[in-house]
Design a protein around this ligand. Sequence first.
Ligand SMILES: [Zn+2]
Length: 313
Amino acid sequence: MYSIGVDIGGTGIKAGIVDCKGKIIYRDQCKTDVEGGFDKIISDINIMVRKLISDNHIDKNEIKSIGFGVPSFINKQGKVTCVNLKWHEVEFVSKLKEVFSEFNVFAENDATVAALAENKYGSMNNSNISVLITLGTGVGGGIIINGKPFVGAHGMGSEIGHVVIGENIYDCNCGNNGCFETFCSATALIKYTQIILKDYDKNSIIRDMCENDLSKIDAKMIFDAYRQEDYLAKEVIIRFKKYLAIGIAGIVNTIDPDIIAIGGGLSKSSDIILQDLKEMVRNHILYKNEDFADIVVATLGNDAGIIGASLLN
Ligand SMILES: [Zn+2]
């Protein structure tokens, strides 16, 4: 038997046929036609998934389920509002059930789906209480308890990126100030670096790296500058890690997981991120002398979305 996982992102949609060992055996992808609207995106997914099945001569009866990861909260009625996709209360789950009526269809938030994959086949070793934190354009969170996604009583839990952990110099997209995501995402790193470079600093090597065009700064540049001991990059990364530790300590104080994995684009610099992080977290947790969660780097990378979606049931 096989399962299909579909990972819906703001720029691209990836689909894969996954075997019973969590291996993606066939895959395809297409652009997310955000301007085309909800119906166009669903139609593109339908075409891609059915082509994936027929091109690879898979018998429909061999497909146990089709799972979808979406970069948003799915409410109890299966409706989705997602700013990045320009969806406002679209009938996401019922539409998928209609389009794929001959299959078992499941859907969940993308970070939750990725956490499911990391827990079963990646970095989190089937631990009883596992948390994935994705550090990318935003900060996402997925919580897996005894092998099952935990999203709370109303489906809106595990939004780690929007837990308020301080007071920040700019507001979050969600309207609040001080969200985890405004300190620890790639966007946050870039924004903070730009602000300091613009207002105060003249000598950081980041200025050369971006050829004095601050809009060209990306997270990799900041980590590269850190490796070259640039003092501004150091200041930015120290601040980032300080808040990362505070955010993780909040998770430890609340649910005391066995393991916490760091994923997302920034995890490519996990050597810098994980260094001394556990001790920094310890300074902010309540029971400082106790054992607490291992903090590791996620291992499945971009495949976590497809694999995790295929595991939904
Ligand atoms: Zn927020």
